[in-house]
Design a protein around this ligand. Structure first.
Ligand code: GLN
Length: 157
């Protein structure tokens, strides 16, 4: 999380965008939360024009979709794939307006999509690091463990 335009500019400055995109293409799992979800989206509404991004997920994301900073909130979201609902902290959060055919919806709040996956890519509009529930991170760790590309990058170093 953070501020997606700033993160995007820094990614380009340090070449991190290309490095991440290459690894994602090689199957590396990647998890974007909030601003990270914006960075992973193919399409962003209400972003700055030409806002630099990774553009690795077939989703359309609306920035600051729930309002301003003071409209930040905590809520239980529906997440059937995780069993019980999840407690979620939304900080000037985006939501997903459209998902492509390869995208699985993992979490909804009211009628809004707030968490989704595309292969080994995960995106959440909320901040799972701010609650004690570890289910969201656990799923990501499982994806990371399953990735066979580790050896490749070990050798490169
Ligand atoms: N509003 C921020 C943005 O548009 C995201 C906020 C967050 O990451 N908590 O980039």
């Amino acid at each position: 999380g953070g501020e997606s335009t700033t993160i995007g500019k820094l990614m380009v400055l340090y070449g991190l965008d290309t490095a991440i995109r290459e690894r994602v293409a090689a199957g590396m799992p990647c998890f974007g939360t909030c601003a990270g979800m914006i960075l992973m989206a193919n399409e962003v509404v209400d972003g700055l024009p030409e806002q630099p991004r990774l553009s690795v997920m077939d989703i359309r994301v609306r920035r600051n979709a729930f309002g301003r900073q003071r409209d930040s909130f905590e809520a239980r979201i529906e997440a059937p794939a995780y069993g019980e609902p999840l407690e979620a902290v939304f900080i000037r959060a985006p939501y997903v307006e459209r998902v492509g055919p390869r995208v699985e919806v993992l979490g909804t709040y009211e009628d809004k999509i707030v968490m989704c996956a595309q292969g080994s890519l995960l995106a959440a509009a909320f901040h799972p690091e701010l609650t004690r529930d570890r289910r969201v991170h656990r799923r990501f760790i499982e994806l990371a463990r399953a990735w066979k590309g580790h050896a490749l990058h070990e050798r490169r170093r």
